[in-house]
Design a protein around this ligand. Structure first.
Ligand code: BDR
Ligand code: CA
Length: 319
């Protein structure tokens, strides 16, 4: 089991991703840290506790930062994730409680105490991550790989070229992208190229609703389908299919062979008139993943193996 910490802004797809991570026999989730993002921090914390309750696997939850590095630019996404951030589906109030320790303090403590470099997954704006490496840069050598749901190659979802997690705090994203952390980026692009779950897989999750984590996942997926019907963009998916970004990211963190990668230098735009929050990817040159040495050099996922992805989801959630 690989030890991992997960940072998230629990909206609908974060919830699906957390259920997968917590149920995975390959991951030992040492802690979940919350950040302002899809909804405000207080709601993110409540949502995360609800997910942990449904997962049947206890994991400590920590509250992190309640605003981006430039607080006046804060934007949430209740129009995508519902007023409560979990699709307004009235999941029961959580039984578990948030930890007293602050998320940044937890991140630094758990990484510094670790003998071996650990995995780190980020599913929200990169504010907690940026503040943690700024406060204690020594944690960088304690990270095996940071797998980030962040950015876009072809086009964004929040602005023409900007993906939500980077757009919501570009200053924090820039600190992380420019750092020496070993990084893997799962942008929006693989969602349109293999990173979806289809109707047949969704039906199998629905029929396993006696398991509380499948019940929650099925309800969240149903909500996602309803929203996705109205928001099809350049690429269309099969009828009733969904492509939750954070779910694919955790699946790739569990099994990297689900993704196909190219190595690029990636820079975060913070000042562009039309491009604030854009991930600028230098596609003039690419390098092998093994040559991942430069600060902005990272593995960028461009497509996913749909069969392997759905097999992992079903194997993990149904067993
Ligand atoms: C990302 O933004 C959020 O709305 C989702 O939870 C995901 O992490 C996709 O752009
Ligand atoms: Ca998220």
């Amino acid at each position: 089991m690989r030890k991992v910490i997960i940072d998230c802004d629990t909206g609908i797809d974060d919830a699906l991703a957390l259920l997968l991570a917590l149920r995975s026999p390959d991951l030992n989730v040492l802690g979940i840290t919350c950040v302002n993002g899809n909804v405000t921090l207080d709601k993110v914390v409540i949502n995360t506790l609800k997910v942990v309750d449904h997962s049947g696997k206890p994991a400590p939850v920590y509250a992190g930062v309640s605003a981006p590095l430039l607080p006046e630019k804060s934007e949430n996404a209740p129009h995508i994730h519902g007023t409560d951030g979990l699709g307004d589906l009235s999941f029961p109030e959580p039984k578990s409680h948030v930890e007293r320790e602050n998320a940044i303090a937890f991140i630094i403590r758990i990484l510094m105490d670790s003998d071996l470099p650990m995995d780190w997954i980020s599913l929200g704006p990169l504010t907690n991550i940026a503040l943690a490496i700024r406060e204690e840069p020594k944690i960088i050598s304690k990270v095996r790989l940071l797998t980030m749901m962040a950015g876009a190659v072809d086009f964004g979802n929040t602005r023409p070229m900007s993906e939500f997690n980077v757009f919501a705090d570009p200053e924090a994203a820039k600190i992380v992208f420019d750092s020496d952390l070993p990084k893997m980026m799962v942008p929006l692009d693989p969602l349109w190229h293999g990173g979806q779950i289809n109707r047949t897989e969704i039906e199998q999750i629905e029929t396993a609703a006696d398991k509380p984590w499948c019940d929650m996942a099925a309800k969240l997926i149903k909500q996602t389908i309803e929203m996705a019907e109205g928001s099809r963009r350049k690429y269309s998916m099969g009828e009733g299919a969904v492509a939750p970004p954070d779910l694919l990211t955790v699946a790739i963190a569990i099994n990297p062979s689900i993704g196909q990668f190219e190595n690029y230098q990636v820079f975060v735009e913070t000042t562009g008139e039309y491009t604030r929050g854009m991930t600028v990817i230098d596609r003039r040159w690419n390098r092998n993943y093994s040559e991942n040495t430069n600060r902005n050099q990272m593995a960028v996922c461009l497509s996913a193996d749909q069969k392997k992805y759905s097999e992992l989801i079903l194997r993990t959630l149904l067993s």
